[in-house]
Design a protein around this ligand. Structure first.
Ligand SMILES: Cc1ncc(COP(=O)(O)O)c(C=O)c1O
Length: 465
């Protein structure tokens, strides 16, 4: 068959051990491979309800989902958390409003700022130098931001982060509600928190007003399946639906919605089995991975960390995260979720079992036994600050004339891109921020770890207005 994409996908699924999204891992859980998915692929036919005017079986399924997550209402998303983040922001803010935005937010936040003409007030998460990853957003930082910018309509933060760090949502919600504002939690990576008390409690139960989950990332749903949970009366269900309709397809996939409903039910009926086959095995594997000598398992206290993410630090080994990922792939057919300079992220889900986790553990242990110690890498601690900064209207930047300019000529110019430092995954300059001498110094110094710049003939170029 001359179908290169199709052929490669089939070959990949037959040969690789995926520690990446989507969470169903080639349908290896919940009898997914036995389901007749095409019979679920339907439309707003008579009796099948309508997502945007739900009052029948879709509404019933969404209310069961809300109950499952501890929300007042839940809404199916079929364009991923991206649609949920944009909807939440546009439903919370009017044009010209201010919104407090964690700098480590997903790209979709900046899309919403452009679409809504909303002005960001940036706050930064902590930085965990030991692991070279971003930490939590603290309640103190949130308080500082609202004190300085009391007109802001609300705040959006990411918890858990890609690496699994969870912020103290309960304490943050108390601060946000003291100021009578809206707390939006981008919990795209935390849909599986409903799997039991080995995982942190979902923000839906901790006082957030709106929470977004990608079911396809950490639960066995089809890619783009996600949820938005409405957890208070601050933003109404009607407002969310009205806004969602503007940003999401008019033909939401029944196959995705039907499967989300199915997976909720599957988890409820099989939670004991899931705990035994996946969660307990994961906990045991993590215990054993603490014995690694040169590689190191990133870990935290239970409510502050999502143990499903197996983040392996290479910071003290004579190998980079990229090299570790390559060895895992080439020698063990194990594919990581993400590789960075000083660590790799491996995603486990309820589709994993003793067998898959054992293969991962054995591979990591063998690689570790061949490695040598290297002195600690350079921490970027001194380059990050924790100021609350007012950002430029990203809409005006979006519609401005832009050009690529050599780094030395960028002092005082506005950046048209987020210039991201990976790791730990935070913009050193956000869209619309004025590039200063200190940024130019950092860009030159960390050029190999940056996204959002171009390097042509050894010359660094920035996209500026
Ligand atoms: C923190 C965060 N939020 C939102 C999203 C968007 O999720 P989706 O791919 O479901 O649209 C992502 C995707 O990677 C993410 O990492």
């Amino acid at each position: 068959m001359n179908a290169p994409l199709y052929n490669e996908l089939i070959a990949y699924s037959n040969s690789k051990l995926a520690f990446h999204m989507p969470g169903h891992k080639f349908g290896s859980i919940a009898d997914l491979n036995k389901l007749n998915l095409s019979s679920l692929d339907n439309t707003e036919a008579m009796g099948l309800d309508n997502l945007y005017e739900a009052e029948g079986i879709i509404k019933e399924a969404m209310l069961l989902m809300a109950d499952f997550y501890g929300a007042m209402d839940s809404v199916f998303l079929t364009n991923g958390s991206t649609a949920g983040v944009i909807t939440s922001i546009l439903a919370t803010c009017n044009e010209g409003d201010e919104l407090i935005v964690a700098r480590n937010s997903h790209h979709s936040v900046w899309s919403a700022l452009v679409l809504g003409g909303i002005r960001p007030i940036y706050i930064s998460p902590e930085y965990v130098a030991k692991d070279d990853i971003l930490g939590e957003i603290t309640p103190e930082t949130v308080r500082r931001a609202f004190k300085a910018y009391p007109r802001a309509k609300g705040i959006i933060i990411v918890s858990p982060t890609y690496e699994g760090i969870v912020s103290d949502i309960k304490a943050i919600a108390e601060v946000v509600h003291e100021y009578d504002k809206v707390l939006i939690v981008d919990e795209a990576h935390g849909a599986h928190f409903v799997l039991g008390n080995c995982f942190p409690i979902s923000s839906t139960r901790l006082g957030a007003d709106l929470v977004i989950n990608s079911m396809h990332k950490t639960l066995p749903a089809l890619t783009q399946s996600a949820l938005i949970h409405i957890c208070s009366h601050r933003i109404s269900y009607e407002k969310i639906i009205e806004t969602l309709r503007m940003v999401q397809t008019s033909s939401p996939s029944y196959m995705m919605m039907g499967l989300m409903d199915y997976i909720r039910c599957y988890i409820l009926e099989h939670h004991v089995l899931i705990k035994k086959q996946y969660v307990d095995e994961l906990v045991h594997m993590r215990e054993r991975l603490k014995e690694l000598r040169m590689l190191r398992l990133v870990d935290r206290a239970l409510q502050a960390y999502d143990i499903s993410k197996v983040v392996i630090s290479t910071a003290n080994a004579n190998i980079s995260g990229y090299q570790l990922a390559t060895i895992l792939n080439k020698e063990y057919s194990i594919v990581v979720e993400a590789a960075l300079e000083t660590y790799v992220i491996l995603m486990t889900t309820m589709a994993d079992t003793r067998e898959t986790l054992h293969r991962l553990e054995q591979a990591l242990k063998y690689i570790d036994s061949c490695l040598q110690y290297t002195p600690v890498y350079e921490s970027i601690n001194s380059f990050l600050n924790n100021e609350v900064v007012v950002g430029e209207s990203t809409r005006s930047i979006h519609y401005s004339e832009k050009k690529w300019e050599v780094l030395d000529k960028c002092d005082g110019k506005k950046s048209a891109k987020n210039i991201m430092l990976y790791p730990p995954g935070i913009p050193i300059v956000c869209i619309g921020e004025v590039i200063q001498a200190k940024h130019i110094y950092m860009i030159r110094r960390f050029k190999n770890k940056l996204q959002g710049i171009k390097v042509v003939d050894n010359e660094i170029l920035l996209h500026i207005v």
